[in-house]
Ligand binder design. Structure first.
Ligand SMILES: Nc1ncnc2c1ncn2[C@@H]1O[C@H](COP(=O)(O)OP(=O)(O)OP(=O)(O)O)[C@@H](O)[C@H]1O
Ligand SMILES: [Mg+2]
Length: 318
């Protein structure tokens, strides 16, 4: 059997061809990575300093070095609840991360209500602004709580130039206001939290945190962040992975011990050599390669070589 008996490229229809089991990191819903993440040197200290100082941790580093994964392990170990996620793009704004108000949806609902009233159909008669509001990941992270929440602000370097400055202010004070609630004089509103169906009471349109969240911000270094912003964060750069770290990551993800020599050892050593010489290549490329090469399919040398070439490409360029 070759490694690709599913699609053959001959146009013959083969209904019911079964695919192999997915790699552990591609099962859905996604399995927790808390017990497979292996922190590189110095990361544990950086996380603990950030927790103790109640300051965000800014993690920089090459693609695939685990920047976005760190927080999963911290949240699981410290029982901080599900990780709140804010994926930043050039269009992201601070207000969307705090809360969302669907004003158009409310107008539409109001019109429907009026229509029903006119035609004599039953209607709830309540115009509750809270039904059209939901908290974003940052807004949820700053809700008062007994335990800090964990918040991932992913790829902060993709943000518009103003965003870090706007964010700074909210993170300094740990509070924000929901003007729409204040304007309408709504003293108590129950707002849906990010990523959950649960609602949280907000009084007087004002939210003030009682436990500063554990915040990880990640960056690929595409844009330099302003000094006042950096001053208020702890910074950690993911180091280039060592052979020992890579072996441990492989063991944890694939339950595979890589011996000192042999085909798997050669792949690991080649990966470490390439990374050390400055090539951009990520550990999950190596994991995918090892997963396929150590699977049930028997491969000829040429097939193995082609597969390695396909999966272990440098990330710089197309
Ligand atoms: N030290 C590690 N221990 C265990 N798994 C790791 C480690 N580093 C990376 N991985 C695995 O590599 C994959 C990529 O990690 P992740 O998405 O966190 O990288 P990233 O640094 O955020 O990359 P990008 O910059 O592209 O967003 C994940 O499946 C993760 O589990
Ligand atoms: Mg990431």
């Amino acid at each position: 059997m070759s490694w690709n008996p599913y699609y053959r490229g001959d146009g013959v229809v083969r209904p019911g061809v079964s695919l192999p089991d997915p790699p552990p990191w591609r099962t859905f819903p996604r399995a927790s990575v808390a017990d497979v993440f292996q922190p590189p040197e110095g990361l544990v200290e950086a996380v603990n300093a950030s927790l103790a100082l109640r300051r965000p941790l800014l993690i920089t580093g090459s693609p695939g070095t685990g920047k976005s994964t760190v927080i999963e392990q911290v949240a699981a170990e410290l029982d901080l609840g599900p990780v709140l996620r804010w994926h930043v793009t050039s269009r992201s704004t601070l207000s969307e991360a705090l809360y969302h108000y669907d004003a158009l949806g409310r107008i539409h609902a109001h019109r429907l209500q009026q229509e029903k009233a006119r035609t004599g159909a039953a209607d709830s008669g309540v115009d509750d602004i809270a039904a059209f509001m939901s908290l974003g990941p940052l807004g949820t992270a700053l809700l008062p709580s007994d335990r800090p929440r964990a918040l991932l602000i992913d790829e902060i370097d993709k943000a518009d130039l103003d965003l870090p400055g706007d964010l700074l202010d909210v993170l300094e004070r740990g509070e924000y206001r929901i003007e729409e609630l204040r304007r309408e004089g709504q003293e108590l509103a129950h707002l849906r939290m990010s990523g959950e169906d649960t609602k949280h009471p907000v009084r007087g349109g004002h939210v003030q945190c009682t436990e500063f969240p554990f915040i990880v911000m990640t960056s690929n270094g595409e844009q330099e962040l302003p000094a006042p912003f950096l001053r208020r964060c702890l910074r950690y750069t993911m180091p280039r992975p060592t052979a020992a770290l890579v072996r441990e990551v492989v063991r944890r993800h694939l339950r595979l011990d890589v011996p000192e020599s042999g085909a798997n050892a050669e792949l690991v050593d080649a990966f470490v050599r390439r990374v050390s010489s400055g090539e951009r290549i990520a550990i999950d490329q190596l994991l995918s390669t090892l997963h396929l090469l150590n699977g049930p399919a028997q491969m000829k040398d040429a097939e193995r070589g082609a597969l390695i070439g396909l999966l272990m490409k440098n990330l710089s360029g197309a």
